[in-house]
Design a binder for this molecule. Structure first.
Ligand code: GDP
Length: 318
């Protein structure tokens, strides 16, 4: 079995490529020119990017994959307001380029290609939670609108006979999450503070609720979607939302700091305008049809992230 992963150098690419290699797959990864991040072990790098359809066709020709996972995207929701056209091009139109290339490969070679898109809870925008596969798509950010277009494109190609599915992923974190995301921002600061730093952790809205899970669980769901007989869309979520404050309390509590407000300051500039107060997915379709269940609890996720950041502080100090 040959698998091709776009966006292979990101958090999710590391977990997904590890899972696929454990399953005995030959794994190819699409890497953009100028991406300096390391390629995960034993992944064969192919150059190309979602902005260039010809590069996608060439990569598919070289890898001849049985399955394609599209993880490549501009990942920051907040920053999508700064460069909305690029986000629309890569996160939206780029998915059409990939679907078109996969369909063309299948037609040319007669070999079927399964494709799983990393979709996003941001497509639901202000549709009230809990959100499932039938929830109205009402994005409120350029990022959400681009992912919504991609979601519809996957449905269009599926109707036309391509085995294309969307994993509608809620926020998924890990020690590999970059520090501009709130979870890792919190755990890296908590690690430094627990090691004696007198810095303040500066945050935006502490009341916002998100449905957080561990990236390894969510990438396992994507492999189960690829292996499933019927291509379809699946909400991948824990089903429980927590506030940013819950995350802060859990992270400080894990290192034994109870007076967390002493270390936290709110900066109104970090409060995002017009964002949904709560995101919470209903993952029952994935439970029933795929047999998927997350293995890592919220508490275990926080602990794993703080442990990794504490270890990084210690290794820097020694
Ligand atoms: P996103 O959902 O992909 O944008 O992931 P983030 O981790 O960046 O943000 C998750 C939620 O945390 C959003 O609702 C943010 O508004 C909220 N949040 C509150 N304070 C902060 C902060 O200081 N930094 C970030 N990145 N998010 C924050």
């Amino acid at each position: 079995m040959r698998s091709l992963i776009t966006g292979v150098t990101g958090q999710d690419g590391w977990y997904l490529s590890e899972l696929l290699r454990e399953q005995g797959h030959e794994v190819f990864g699409l890497v953009t020119d100028g991406d300096l991040a390391p390629v995960p072990p034993e992944v064969k790098a192919l150059h190309g990017n979602l902005g260039d359809g010809a590069s996608l066709a060439a990569a598919l020709d070289a890898a001849r994959p049985h399955e394609v996972y599209n993880l490549a995207a501009i990942s920051s929701v907040a920053e999508s307001w700064q460069h909305p056209e690029r986000v629309a091009d890569i996160n939206g139109v780029g998915v059409v380029r990939l679907l078109h290339a996969a369909r063309a490969l299948a037609e040319r070679t007669g070999q079927s290609v399964r494709i799983v898109q990393a979709g996003s809870a941001e497509i639901f925008g202000d549709s009230p939670p809990p959100q499932d596969e039938q929830t109205p798509i009402r994005p409120t950010t350029p990022y959400g609108a681009a992912k919504a277009f991609a979601h519809h494109a996957v449905g269009v190609y599926r109707s036309a006979g391509l085995a294309a599915s969307s994993a509608i992923l809620y926020n998924h974190e890990s020690p590999r999450r970059p520090e501009h995301f709130v979870t890792r921002k919190i755990t890296s600061a908590v690690a430094r503070i627990s090691s004696g730093s007198d810095e303040q952790l500066v945050l935006g809205n502490l009341d916002i609720r998100r449905d957080w899970g561990h990236a390894s669980d969510y990438m396992r769901a994507m492999t189960m979607i690829a292996a499933h007989d019927e291509p379809a869309d699946f909400v991948i979520a824990s089903g429980t939302s927590r506030s940013v404050k819950d995350f802060v309390v859990a992270a400080f509590g894990y290192v034994g700091i109870e007076d967390w407000p002493r270390h936290v300051r709110i900066d109104p500039a970090l409060v995002r305008p017009a964002e949904p107060f709560e995101q919470r997915g209903d993952p029952r379709r994935a439970h029933g049809a795929l047999g998927w269940q997350p293995k890592i609890t919220f508490e275990a996720l926080v602990a794993a992230m703080v442990d990794a950041d504490v270890a990084a502080v210690r290794s820097r100090e020694s």
